[in-house]
Design a protein around this ligand. Structure first.
Ligand SMILES: [Zn+2]
Length: 254
């Protein structure tokens, strides 16, 4: 058993026994980790109050080589999710970031860039950047880093580049836009306006701060959520639990 040190975001804490918890962590260097935290529920816990949902901790854990749970031996709080505005929707958005990390990643698959993106998104949620903007940027960055970003520039089937005008067919199963030639025969296709695709393109772009400045109206906001929610449901084979709490993501962003 190797002892490993890394930074981690707390995604889930489940009571395991009278004194222990099982925690799901998204670590910077080892990806998603499930670990037993012995004594975490004791009044004088060795982890103090570090194991709060969405907290960032510096952890030490014993990595089990088999399928057994890893063993958390140390967790020191680096940053708590403060939700300073006491805005429930920002807390729900934080839970949604945690849900996507849990559901879209596999245990033990290191994704350091995704860790940084999640850490940055949680900090933005503690600040004043519009909620819908932060969530959209994180969703698209996560999809890009995990190889699930839908085709937004070229046809998902043949690769031919697509010039935006009017509305375009977006195939959920084929993974993105379709050109007129490839459109026939595809099922689970939704129609998406050029303005909506433009927002998706800008917010998905790597190494660009365009996502901070682009604005969209309520109609585009509604369509953005419609297509992205359906795409994520298709990818996960179910509706993300937090979608029910995040209705206002479809509002205008100016
Ligand atoms: Zn095509």
């Amino acid at each position: 058993m190797a002892s490993e040190k890394t930074l981690a975001i707390v995604l889930r804490v489940v009571e395991f026994s009278e004194t222990s918890c099982v925690v799901t962590l998204f670590t910077r260097d080892f990806g998603k980790v499930g670990a037993l935290a012995k004594g975490a529920r004791r009044p004088k816990s060795p982890f103090e109050s570090a194991l709060d949902l969405l907290a960032v901790c510096r952890i030490v854990f014993l990595h089990k080589s088999s399928d057994a749970l890893d063993l958390l031996t140390e967790a020191k709080l680096e940053r708590r999710f403060r939700n300073g505005q006491k805005d429930l929707s920002r807390l729900y958005a934080g839970y949604y970031v945690a849900e996507l990390l849990r559901e879209l990643t596999d245990a033990g698959d290191p994704q350091p860039d995704l860790y940084e993106a999640a850490d940055a998104a949680l900090m933005e949620l503690e600040g004043s950047t519009e909620l819908a903007r932060v969530v959209l940027r994180f969703e698209l960055t996560a999809l890009r880093l995990l190889g699930h970003l839908p085709a937004l520039s070229g046809c998902a089937a043949c690769g031919q580049s697509i010039v935006l005008a009017g509305r375009h067919p977006f195939a959920l199963a084929a993974g993105g836009l379709l050109c007129p030639t490839c459109r026939p025969g595809h099922r689970q296709v939704v129609s998406v306006a050029a303005a909506t695709i433009e927002v998706l393109r800008v917010c998905a772009a790597r190494h660009s701060d365009g996502w901070r400045d682009i604005t969209w109206d309520a109609r585009t906001g509604g369509e953005l959520r419609g297509v992205l929610n359906q795409y994520l449901c298709h990818l996960l084979d179910r509706r993300p639990r937090m979608h029910a709490y995040l209705g206002l993501l479809g509002h205008a962003v100016r």
